[in-house]
Write a protein that binds this ligand. Structure first.
Ligand code: MF3
Ligand code: CO
Ligand code: CO
Length: 290
């Protein structure tokens, strides 16, 4: 018999449709995750007042190509860019090169994609290396962050890491959501409900939906070999979002500031293996030299 080249069909699925990967599959995810993380490290040098989101995305496009990899987002449901760049009150899926939506603290409407001093932005990159998907995002600041922006970014980062700490066989997806939500709300901030993390592997988006809120002990039980993202979006104000007429850009309804961090992880025998760790140790903060 010919081996099925579509290795999606390897391994087994749980009753919730979640793929259990082989131990050997972790290496593929590490390679893909590492490329996404290297690119996000390199983006640090590009973010400054006066830079455009188009030029950041152009760099990412070139870099993915030079690595002999593919962008997972170009051509995905009609999306045409190698990254999503979400500025200030844009929650996610900001389109590089498009006009930055006016937010609360802008005195004038913006007419372009030029970053201003104090803007905060999430850059989200997903690459495909040898068929495996690496998906990660983190926060950057053009110039000096305002104290409230710095706090939002810190809380969002720490929420992701607390979610990852809840990853181990026997825990549930509800444990991850609960760890994130209880921490964020105790800081007086809110967790976005309209977008979630996702299973991934040899596909971009697979079961389960990884919610960033929920009740401990609910949801599917984590098993060794599951691969998924955790990517909490946290708002300074209310959690509600709306999608702009471009059908992609999601903003906070109350125009409050929003932040997001994302890692791709695998469940090991006793915890989580983070595929998208920063080789430079610069996942957070990107705006300070340690
Ligand atoms: N990378 C995003 C995620 O974390 C998905 C972006 S899809 C796109 O799942 F089409 F907007 F790029
Ligand atoms: Co993702
Ligand atoms: Co992503």
């Amino acid at each position: 018999m010919e081996r099925d080249l579509n290795q999606d069909h390897r391994g087994r699925l749980t009753r919730d449709g979640i793929r259990i990967h082989d131990p050997a599959d972790f290496a593929g995810m590490h390679k893909a995750g590492r490329l996404a993380a290297e690119i996000l490290d390199e983006v640090i040098a590009l973010v400054r007042p006066g830079a455009t989101t188009a030029e950041i995305d152009a760099y990412i496009t070139r870099r993915v190509d030079q690595a002999g990899a593919q962008s997972a987002t170009i051509g995905y449901k009609g999306y045409r860019h190698a990254s999503c760049i979400s500025v200030n009150h844009v929650v996610c899926h900001g389109i590089p090169g498009s006009k930055i939506p006016k937010w609360k603290n802008d005195s004038f409407a913006r007419t372009d994609d030029v970053l201003k001093d104090g803007d905060i932005l999430n850059v989200d990159v997903t690459v495909i290396v040898d068929g495996w998907y690496g998906d990660s995002s983190r926060m950057y600041v053009a110039g000096e962050p305002k104290p409230y922006a710095r706090r939002l970014i810190q809380v969002t980062h720490d929420a992701l890491m607390l979610g990852i700490e809840a990853v181990k066989p026997g825990n549930t997806f509800g444990d991850i959501g609960h760890a994130i939500q209880s921490f964020v709300e105790a800081q007086g901030m809110s967790v976005v409900r309209d977008f979630c993390g996702h299973g991934l592997g040899r596909v971009f988006h697979a079961p389960p939906n990884v919610l960033h809120y929920g009740r401990a002990g609910t949801g599917p039980v984590l098993e060794e070999g599951m691969f998924f993202t955790i990517e909490p979006m946290v708002n300074l104000g209310r959690p509600e979002t709306k999608v702009l007429a471009d059908d992609w850009t999601a903003i906070t309804r109350d125009k409050s500031l929003s932040a997001q961090f994302e890692h791709s992880v695998g469940v090991t025998r006793d915890g989580a293996d983070i595929f998208t760790l920063s080789p430079a140790g610069r996942f957070h903060p990107t705006f300070e030299v340690a």
